[in-house]
Ligand binder design. Structure first.
Ligand code: OFO
Length: 172
């Protein structure tokens, strides 16, 4: 059974994940209308992943005797000054989501809710991964600068980007 404060915090996170999905969907659209097919596919995929993160939380809350709250969402940014600006926003957003997960984990410890604490470890690892991917992309964009050829290759290759984090390398 979930305590009220754990349930409220999980419901807050459901909204954060849903808003993340919308934010990346808006980025996918911006890239798509600019003809950046690779970047837009990457963003569509990110958006789908965030929806899955949300659904996982929804199911968890309902299965543990709570009631997942589906709320209205903040309208995302739909236009960006540049590709770099868009990916900076993505990176900053992931840092914000990590902080939100950390706060949630903290509440589960305060409440001695070890089942939820355990469930959230997947999110902790996922955030390390997502921050690392966003950081790698930003490094590449900074390297490319204004080089159109570089941007063409980046758009072509972004979906093959593999980032191996220290967390992913840990033995099971
Ligand atoms: Fe849900 O992982 Fe990104 O935000």
């Amino acid at each position: 059974m979930l305590s009220k404060s754990v349930q409220d915090a999980l419901n807050k996170q459901i909204r954060v994940e849903a808003e993340s999905s919308q934010i990346y969907l808006a980025m996918a659209c911006w890239a798509e209308v600019k003809g950046l097919e690779g970047i837009s596919n990457f963003m569509y995929e990110q958006s789908d992943e965030e929806r899955e993160h949300m659904l996982k939380l929804v199911k968890f809350v309902n299965e543990r005797g709570g009631h997942a709250k589906i709320s209205d969402l903040k309208e995302p940014n739909v236009a960006f000054g540049s590709i770099k600006e868009m990916f900076e926003k993505l990176f900053n957003h992931e840092v914000f989501v990590s902080e939100s997960i950390n706060d949630l984990v903290h509440i589960t410890l305060q409440e001695k809710d070890y089942a939820t604490h355990n469930f959230l470890q997947w999110y902790v690892a996922e955030q390390i991964e997502e921050e690392a991917v966003a950081r790698t992309i930003l490094d590449k964009i900074n390297m490319i600068g204004d080089d159109k050829g570089g941007l063409y290759l980046f758009d072509r290759d972004i979906n093959n980007l593999t980032v191996t984090t220290a967390a992913a390398n840990q033995p099971e």
